[in-house]
Each structure stands twice: as structure tokens, then as C-alpha cells.
Ligand binder design. Structure first.
Ligand code: HEM
Length: 500
């Protein structure tokens, strides 16, 4: 009893001290930022009024509207919350290259992956990044091509089944395909969703992204004590349980295989990421939790990202039929057979397709905004941002700056990425993969897999968009970029020489 009482007293005192510390930090940051440029708002609410009563799907464009005239870092105040928004090339460089801004914003804890590469704090991230980078080098990527090709061919077979009554559902097969690719290339595990297996896992990963994304925009849900009493939390818990069951099963299976391989003295698959993680684990460099967090991170970061970008690239091609024809011409000139497998050399030759994908990611970056937390005072172009400040990298705004991109900024214009035009721009004008120290570890992987999928899909199907124009598109953000109008896309069979 005395022990319990002591425990309660210690817990209460720690809680009070932590709260006092948080309040002191909050006041210190507000005070230090008091002269920092601010986007004009109203007392108490700050810039929150335009958001009130609006749906989450409107938030991205509202934020763009209220920050569009700002050409330097500036404070945005949403009630008591203060952020500094960064969306100019030189300041994006500072943000992504400084050691004082390596940490992610507190909300990343909602992903429940504290030691995963995408969310881990600076010191853990540094070790993991150094150990995992070789798993994504060009040599390793080339060994993934047979898997990319096999999975893309299953995708074509699935699209064949739905083409006659083509509805929006055809896009889901792309998500299945990229999920299979990431599970097999990094974990040597055939999740087989393209054949209808493990769909509950797929659904749980997708739903979690939505539930967590909604929590970002509800500040009162930031307090775990409140959130854990909501129905959203109950839903989240249910889906996390399903997702964790699957990743634990995958890890256990791979662990047994790894131990058998080790006892046989064969290290054939050692380049596969899971085998490296297990080696780090058995060498004492990674805990069980760290292995699991990296598995969950790679699956989440490695499939939805490419699938969303692929859907949006198809949408651009559906709206711009002339560009679709030009892309197809290039693909056929490199590899004419409709069922040909992609080779690494062929992928390198698809330069116009690459420009098309890049232009899609300019207009619709996967992460329209992302959050960092300042752990050291850091000097930006218009002043020092103090330790403790939350920063928003507003990529969507950066990619649509007229002074950076010129008069065709709002158009889909792949020539923005001709070598000549690229050389004229600031290198940090374009950061669809995050840029700087914490850039995406999978960017080359993403290009290779996306080129494989797009080549075979476009050789076999034409995408159309039912009279849709660029003006009809309304981008929004859930956790990642979302353009609802992808629903209006359709596919029809394309007849090339060699098609049956
Ligand atoms: C078109 C596809 C992709 C896009 C647009 C994309 C975009 C991004 C962005 C913007 C970030 C930075 C996130 C932040 O700062 O909060 C990031 C980080 C990351 N991405 Fe990707 N990604 C893609 C594909 C992939 C793939 C295929 C993988 C795995 C194979 C992957 C794994 C990761 C990881 C692990 C991180 C965290 C890196 C770190 O902090 O060191 N991504 N990605």
C-alpha cells in the first residue's frame, strides 16, 4: 500500500513538473519569436478563423491562400499553436540541411513507430540511416527488377479482368501491386494481395493513414488522455492490432529462415533488408522494437507513396492525351513488346517519362506539408528560429511559386524538368522526396518501380478522364496528397502490335 502511494505521489509530481516544463518552453518560444514576421490574423484566434467550420479537405488550399504572399519564413498562429512556415528555396535548404532541425514534429508520434527511420529522433535516425542506406543502392535495386516485373504483370492481369466495366476500382490494383513489391523486395515475403490474400492487412494500413491524418488537424486530440477516450482511438487500435499481427508474423517467419540459413552457413539473401535488420539484431545493434519499427516504416513509406504518385501521374496523362501519346512513343521506342520486362538500361532511357513523373510530383507532392522541430537555435534568412519551435515545410507552396517556376506554374508542363530548365533553378525549389539530410531513402527505388509499372500499364491500356480539366482538380491532404477526382479516370484496352 505504501509502495502504491509512493508511486502515485511520484507520478503526480512528475506530471506536474513535466507540465510546468512544457508551459515554460511554450512561453520561452513565444517570447523569442515575438518579433518574427507573422501572417496577419486576429487576436486570440490568430490565423485559425478561415479554417473554422471548414472540412479537413479544404485545409490545404486555405493554408496556401493565407501564406501565398509570404516570401520569407513566417509565423502562423492557430489559436495557441504557433508554427513557422517555410516555403522558399534558400530557407528550405537551411531547414533540410541543418542538424538543429533534424527532428520531426511531435505529431509524428501518432504513427507509433518511435525508432523507425521516418520518425526517429536525430541520434537514433543517424545510426539507422547509416546502416540501412546500402540496402537502397543502385546495385541492390537492380536485383529487385525481376520482382518489379513479375508484380507488374499480375497487375496487368487484374486490370484485364476489370477493363470491360472499368470503374475507379482499377486504381486499387496499383496499391496492391506496390504493397506486394515492397514486401517482397525488402522482406522476401509474398503478401499476395493481388490474388486476394491478406486484404485485411492492406485495409488496416490504408485506414490507419486516414485516422492518423485526421488526428493531425484536431489539436484537442494531441492529448493522449483525451484521444484514448474517443471512438477514433478504438478504430485506430483495432487496425494497429491487425497490422502488427502481420508484421510480427512476417518478422518471426524471416527470423526462423535467417537462423536456418546461418546454421547452414549460407548467406544468399543477405542483401535483403530484413536479413540486414536481423543481423543488426543478433549483433546487438538493433532491439526487437527497432526491427519491428523499421519493418512497419518501410511498408508504410514504401507502397502508398508510389501508388498515390502513380495514380496522379495517370490522372495527368488522362487529362493530357497528347502527353500520354508522347510518353507511349518513348516507351515503345525503348521496349516495343506489350509484355516485355523492364531492364535497368531501359529504365534509364525513359527520360521523358521521368520528366512526366517529376512534373506530377511538383504539382501534387506526396507530402504537401511536413513538420520538423527545432532542437537548436537555427539561423534562417530573416532571423534566428529558437530551439523548441515547430516548423512546417510547405512543399505544395514551394512547388507553386510563380517567381521560381515561371508563367506555366499552374500547368502540367513536363519541360519544367528538361536538363536546361533544371539547371536554371535553385536546387531546393523542388523537394518531393524531402531533400537534405532526411531525404527519402527510397527515391531511386520509387522511380524504378514506378517506371516499370507505368510502362507496362500504358502499353496495354489507355487512361481517360471523362472531360476532366486541370481546373476541376481539388487537391487536399489527408496524411498524404489526395485528389478526389482520380475517381473520374477510366481505362480502356490499347491495341498495340503484339497485343492479343
Ligand atoms: C513516389 C514515391 C515516394 C515519395 C514521393 C516519397 C516521399 C518521401 C518524403 C517527402 C520523405 C520525407 C518525409 C518527411 O520529411 O517527413 C520521405 C522519407 C522516407 N521515405 Fe519516401 N517517398 C517515396 C517512396 C518511398 C519508398 C519506395 C520507400 C522505401 C522503399 C520510402 C521510404 C522512406 C523512408 C524510410 C523515409 C524516411 C527517411 C529518413 O528520415 O531518413 N519512400 N519519403
Amino acid at each position: 500500500m505504501a509502495l502504491l502511494l509512493a508511486f502515485i505521489i511520484v507520478a503526480v509530481i512528475s506530471g506536474i513538473l513535466a507540465s510546468i516544463q512544457e508551459i515554460r518552453n511554450y512561453i520561452r518560444v513565444r517570447w523569442k519569436l515575438r518579433h518574427f514576421p507573422v501572417i496577419k490574423g486576429v487576436p486570440f484566434f490568430g490565423n485559425a478563423l478561415p479554417f473554422l467550420g471548414r472540412k479537413q479537405e479544404d485545409y490545404l488550399l486555405i493554408l496556401q491562400e493565407i501564406t501565398k504572399h509570404v516570401s520569407k519564413p513566417a509565423k502562423v498562429q492557430l489559436g495557441p499553436k504557433v508554427f513557422v512556415v517555410i516555403s522558399t528555396p534558400e530557407d528550405v535548404k537551411t531547414l533540410t540541411m541543418s542538424t538543429g532541425t533534424l527532428n520531426k514534429m511531435d505529431v509524428y508520434r501518432f504513427f507509433r513507430c518511435p525508432t523507425g527511420l521516418a520518425t526517429a529522433p536525430g541520434p537514433i535516425w543517424k545510426t539507422h540511416r547509416r546502416l540501412l542506406t546500402p540496402s537502397f543502392n543502385t546495385q541492390t535495386l537492380q536485383t529487385f527488377l525481376p520482382i518489379f516485373n513479375d508484380k507488374a504483370k499480375i497487375l496487368i492481369a487484374n486490370l484485364e479482368k476489370v477493363v470491360e466495366h472499368s470503374d475507379r476500382d482499377f486504381l486499387k490494383y496499383i496499391f496492391y501491386c506496390t504493397l506486394e513489391m515492397i514486401c517482397e523486395t525488402t522482406f522476401g515475403y509474398n503478401i499476395d494481395v493481388q490474388n486476394g490474400k491478406n486484404l485485411d492487412y492492406f485495409e488496416s494500413v490504408e485506414t490507419l493513414a486516414h485516422v492518423i491524418g485526421s488526428r493531425f488537424f484536431k489539436f484537442w486530440y494531441y492529448l493522449d488522455a483525451i484521444y484514448q477516450r474517443t471512438k477514433e482511438y478504438a478504430v485506430e487500435k483495432m487496425y494497429f492490432d491487425i497490422a502488427y499481427r502481420m508484421s510480427n508474423r512476417m518478422i518471426e517467419e524471416k527470423k526462423q529462415e535467417y537462423l536456418t540459413e546461418m546454421s547452414n552457413g549460407s548467406h544468399g539473401k543477405s542483401q535483403i533488408l530484413i536479413n540486414k535488420l536481423l543481423k543488426f539484431h543478433f549483433d546487438g545493434d538493433f532491439t526487437q522494437q527497432e526491427v519491428k519499427d523499421e519493418v512497419d516504416t518501410m511498408i508504410a513509406a514504401g507502397h502508398d507513396t508510389s501508388a498515390v504518385t502513380l495514380s496522379l501521374t495517370l490522372l495527368m496523362l488522362a487529362i493530357h492525351q497528347d502527353i500520354q501519346e508522347k510518353v507511349l512513343e518513348e516507351i515503345i521506342s525503348v521496349s516495343p513488346a506489350p509484355d516485355a520486362s523492364m531492364t535497368f538500361e531501359d529504365a534509364l532511357k525513359l527520360t521523358y517519362l521521368e520528366m512526366v513523373i517529376k512534373e506530377t510530383m511538383r504539382l501534387f507532392p506526396l507530402l504537401p506539408l511536413s513538420g520538423r522541430h527545432c532542437t537548436e537555435d537555427t539561423k534562417f534568412s530573416n532571423g534566428v528560429i529558437p530551439k523548441g519551435t515547430d516548423l512546417i515545410l510547405f512543399t505544395y507552396q514551394l512547388h507553386r511559386r510563380r517567381e521560381v517556376w515561371g508563367p506555366r506554374v499552374d500547368e502540367f508542363y513536363p519541360e519544367h524538368f528538361s536538363p536546361e530548365n533544371v539547371s536554371k533553378r535553385h536546387p531546393y525549389s523542388y523537394v518531393p522526396f524531402g531533400g537534405g539530410l532526411r531525404n527519402c531513402i527510397g527515391n531511386k527505388y520509387a522511380f524504378l518501380s514506378m517506371k516499370t509499372i507505368l510502362s507496362i500499364v500504358l502499353k496495354n491500356f489507355r487512361v481517360t478522364a471523362d472531360g476532366l480539366t486541370m481546373a476541376d482538380l481539388k487537391p487536399s491532404m489527408i496524411t498524404t496528397m489526395n485528389v478526389k477526382q482520380t475517381e473520374r479516370m477510366r481505362i480502356e484496352r490499347r491495341k498495340l502490335a503484339g497485343n492479343v
